[in-house]
Design a protein around this ligand. Structure first.
Ligand code: C2O
Length: 469
């Protein structure tokens, strides 16, 4: 039992061939690859040279070849005509498997690049955009003539020119890393920085802004390495953080990929728990990786218990300019809200659940609570509580996998409530949604082009509770 759980199945021709089972840990006993911060690399760095060369080689293959650039991107999502091939459109968004699926995808993709480039030391770099020196598209991706280049028409304006950038609210991990239960962390991370970074490109017209085209841009894989790295960083913070090892779908659901020889391979959550030990890679400067095991549940972990204080009817974010402020009457809740906001063992959260859109939005929204008339909506203010950013999850446009699912966000309210109610005369708490996209020198006004509905809106109190295995 212990052994089979730690294997993944290698299959040929679509049928599971038991004779090709192999042991992950034995296979990856070799060298550890280091996924480096792209901010420390140049166009001449071997990882980027090899990446560009491999992409060029893969682009020569027909889209029906699993090792082609077109096929690999299509595994994530595609609009390619013709019959769908095995594993196309299988990315997971708006589900618990968001992080695990993308880890598997990167792993096999990286092995293919390694082989196609002929560089046995190749590892995918990560885009460390939260660092203030890495907010622009990494320079090696900008000039025409290498495999890393994508023309403005498909990357969006200003990225290759070095004038569009990711704003601080686009890349912030402040809304996800402090979340302790996996689901809350994963949902918030999938929103920001994940979806917000995609949308920053989408707001300028880039492939990255939509699930069926995103993985055609080579920068996609560096973005996702950073998301994958943040998963490790989160786990290393400890304090009862753990993967959903009690969830059998998360552990055992099989996903299809292709190895560097074009053979089908199936993987499960249990195969990718320990990046270094099972998959042979670490991230530059990451804390020691936490080792989790499918058959060894942690003795305890934290979950959250919620109690709804105020429920609000659905909020619509209409097409065009931003909606005006939404005023939530708090007269009968004032004292209670203030008391909870000061309670160290509880948290007020704005829960925005079951968020759907009729198509992939070209903007994300910064959310402000308690702004008064005349106060400016800037992410530095205490009234800024996080983002609503949709990418795939919750998008009902037939845009590939995950589209039937919804997106959920949990935004901390303690600070904003304290700031808003401190003056003692407030009878309502305003909620404001401000559309944002790529940053640029000249202030851009973003206009939403999708009909978005936040179906369940509530202010809740959240209390952490220890759960036992
Ligand atoms: Cu499957 Cu960033 O997307």
């Amino acid at each position: 039992m212990a052994q089979t759980r730690r294997r993944f199945l290698k299959v040929t021709g679509g049928a599971i061939a038991a004779s090709t089972l192999f042991d992950v840990e034995k296979l990856f006993a070799g060298p550890t690859f280091i996924r480096k911060d792209v901010g420390g690399l140049t166009s001449a760095s071997s990882d980027l040279v090899s990446y560009g060369n491999a992409i060029n080689a893969m682009k020569l293959l027909p889209n029906t070849n699993p090792l082609s650039w077109g096929y690999q991107a299509a595994i994530h999502g595609t609009t390619l005509p013709g019959p769908a091939q095995p594993a196309w459109n299988t990315c997971e968004h708006g589900s618990l498997e968001f992080l695990s699926w993308h880890r598997m995808y990167l792993y096999w993709f990286e092995r293919i690049i390694r082989k196609k480039s002929g560089d046995p030391n190749f590892a995918l770099p990560f885009w460390n955009y939260e660092s203030s020196s890495e907010r622009y598209l990494p320079p090696p991706f900008r000039p025409a003539g290498t495999g890393l280049f994508v023309p403005d028409a498909n990357r969006g304006s200003g990225w290759n020119a070095g004038t569009s950038f990711l704003t601080s609210s686009t890349v912030s991990t402040a809304g996800c890393l402090p979340q302790v239960p996996f689901g809350s962390f994963s949902n918030n991370l999938e929103g920001t920085p994940h979806a917000a970074v995609h949308i920053a490109f989408g707001s300028t017209g880039g492939w990255m802004g939509s699930v069926p085209t995103a993985a055609k841009d080579p920068i996609f894989y560096l973005h996702h390495c950073n998301i994958d790295r943040l998963w490790n960083v989160w786990l290393a913070q400890g304090g009862g953080r753990t993967n959903p090892l009690g969830d059998s779908t998360w552990k055992d659901k099989k996903f299809l990929f292709f190895d560097e020889n074009g053979k089908q391979v199936w993987m499960t959550g249990c195969d990718i728990l320990r990046a270094q030990e099972q998959l042979g890679y670490v991230y530059q400067n990451e804390p020691p990786q936490v080792k989790e095991y499918c058959l060894k549940l942690p003795p305890w972990w934290w979950k959250y218990l919620y109690e709804v204080i105020i429920q609000w009817p659905p909020i619509k974010l209409p097409l065009g300019p931003d909606p005006g402020p939404i005023e939530i009457d708090i007269r009968q809740f004032r004292e209670r809200l203030l008391k909870i906001a000061d309670d160290k063992n509880a948290g007020l959260v704005l829960q925005l659940n079951d968020v759907t859109a009729d198509r992939q939005p070209n903007v994300f929204w910064e959310v402000y609570a308690g702004l008064r008339k005349g106060e400016r909506a800037v992410p530095e203010s205490r009234n800024y509580i996080g983002n609503v950013a949709l990418f795939g999850g919750g998008v009902h446009a037939g845009e590939g996998h995950g589209s039937a699912r919804t997106a959920n966000f949990e935004l901390p309210l303690n600070d904003a409530v304290r700031a808003a109610l401190a003056k003692g005369d407030q009878t309502s708490l305003s909620l404001q949604f401000v559309a944002r996209g790529a940053g640029s020198k000249e202030q851009r006004q973003y206009r939403n082009d999708a009909a978005v509905t936040i179906n369940r809106v509530s202010i809740s109190v959240r209390r952490p509770e220890q759960a036992k295995s």
